[in-house]
Design a protein around this ligand. Structure first.
Ligand SMILES: [Zn+2]
Length: 451
């Protein structure tokens, strides 16, 4: 059987780095740096970023992992993981992983895959081997590492699972969306080949490619030595970095300059209490409480802002009856404008007000669609605007008269039996009425007038 395991690295979405006050976001190289994150001799770390620790606990809880507590005699001790590389000026990385370390969480399970452990660590700088230049903006930013058991059996399963993981973590806003994820992937065929580890694969699609390539190679070559590989995306193949019989010696020691993190049950309970609902919980609410079809609920739960918005709307009106406005129109105008809901200012009260007027039939659907387009970038109360409501039958009649006079050819066609010409005439009425005529009424009047 094919066996695949992952070590996923994600950037935590925090304002500051793990052991200094530098910002995590810097566009120009080496602009958010200080003596601590550039590893100047004699510099000492500040107290670890509490926000990063909290987010790592949130992630552990979302992945149903056991959080390690001081009450269970588990102290989280920062380790120094030593290695020499140009991206690591102080010669070691501070991490909560390693031979003697206690991870933030362990023994979790997410979507059928066991989570061995998850821990927090700092990212090294980025080094460009071609130019020799180092950018320290990333140095010291908090990383979460999630280690799964080798429970996956196909690349397709890995892909679906990672998508679900990213979606779930987006609900707690814990991962930095712009940075994406990277992963070390281990692959082997049970009883046939020895595990190979592919380091640092950068996106879901590359992870899938790397797994497929490596599984094929294992079937053919059946490697019997543990190998560490890198993924060459351009050539679409793995390349040997080193053969290893034993784990590399990182000379782990406890960090003398950082305090032990003593998590208590009370602190974890507090975080758990404030944990937002997961995509599955939202899905269940939409389908059972609001009785929305699964296919629509799936669309809505793909995005936290959207599902929150819909839940707020549900307090005002029956979202089941209005579902096409939410999964259809709202998403259409957002896509058309290349915006997401959190990038625009559409207020629940304005959106609900519009749908209520449509339901009362005081405003035409066509007009409502037009108004919704105008809700980007900022919504407004339709009561604050004049001339949006439906026009009277008398007004429609006057417009119909004008349309007939101006379009004698279409009228003649209709009389000759070309019944679809009426659609053109109705369209003219809608245009002249600025979409405020009820099109069914307009059609009826036109038919009567022509006959
Ligand atoms: Zn710094």
């Amino acid at each position: 059987m094919d066996k695949i395991g992952l070590e996923i690295h994600g950037y935590l979405d925090t304002k500051e780095k793990l052991f200094c006050n530098c910002s995590c976001i810097g566009k120009k190289p080496n602009t958010n740096i200080c003596p601590i994150c550039t590893g100047q001799p004699g510099s000492k770390p500040l107290l670890p970023n509490a926000e990063a620790i909290k987010k790592s606990i949130q992630i552990a809880l979302m992945l149903n992992a056991k959080v390690n507590l001081i009450e269970n005699k588990k102290k989280l001790v920062w380790q120094r993981k030593h290695y020499n590389w140009p991206d690591l000026p102080k010669g070691y990385q501070n991490t909560l992983s390693g031979t003697y370390a206690v991870p933030v969480g362990e023994n979790g399970k997410f979507q059928g895959i066991k989570i061995r452990e998850l821990h927090l660590e700092e990212d090294p700088a980025s080094w460009d081997p071609k130019t020799g230049q180092i950018d320290y903006n990333r140095s010291g930013t908090p990383l979460i590492e999630i280690v799964t058991e080798p429970d996956f059996t196909s690349s397709e399963q890995v892909k679906d699972w990672l998508k679900k993981l990213i979606l779930t973590l987006s609900y707690i806003k814990s991962l930095d969306k712009s940075s994406g994820i990277k992963a070390d992937v281990n692959v082997n065929i049970e009883g046939k080949s020895v595990r190979a580890e592919i380091k640092n694969v950068n996106s879901i699609s590359e992870i899938v490619r790397a797994i497929e390539y490596e599984l094929k190679r294992h079937k053919k070559e059946k490697p019997q030595k543990m190998e560490t590989l890198r993924w060459n995306a351009e050539k679409g193949k793995t390349e040997l970095m080193r053969e290893k019989e034993i784990a590399a010696d990182y000379r782990f020691i406890s960090e003398p300059d950082l305090p032990v993190i003593k998590l208590t049950n009370k602190e974890v309970k507090e975080i758990k209490k404030n944990l937002p609902e997961s995509p599955e919980q939202k899905m269940k609410k939409l389908t059972s409480k609001h009785r929305i079809e699964k296919k629509h609920a799936e669309i809505l739960t793909k995005n936290l802002e959207l599902v929150d918005f819909v839940e707020e709307i549900a307090k005002e009106l029956d979202i089941r009856k209005n579902i096409h406005w939410l999964t259809g129109e709202l998403l259409r105008i957002l896509n058309y404008n290349k915006k997401t809901l959190d990038e625009v200012e559409i207020k629940v009260e304005h959106f609900a007000e519009l749908l209520k007027e449509v339901a009362k039939k005081t405003i035409t659907e066509l007009k409502a669609k037009q108004i919704m387009n105008q809700f980007i970038p900022k919504s407004f109360s339709i009561k604050s605007r004049k001339n949006l409501g439906k026009i009277s039958e008398k007004e429609i009649k006057e417009i119909c008269k004008k349309v007939i006079e101006k379009n004698l050819k279409a009228v003649a066609d209709y009389k000759k039996g070309k019944k679809e010409s009426i659609n053109f005439l109705v369209g003219q009425v809608m245009q002249l009425s600025k979409r405020r005529a009820d099109f069914k009424v307009a059609r009826k009047i036109l038919e009567e007038m022509i006959e």
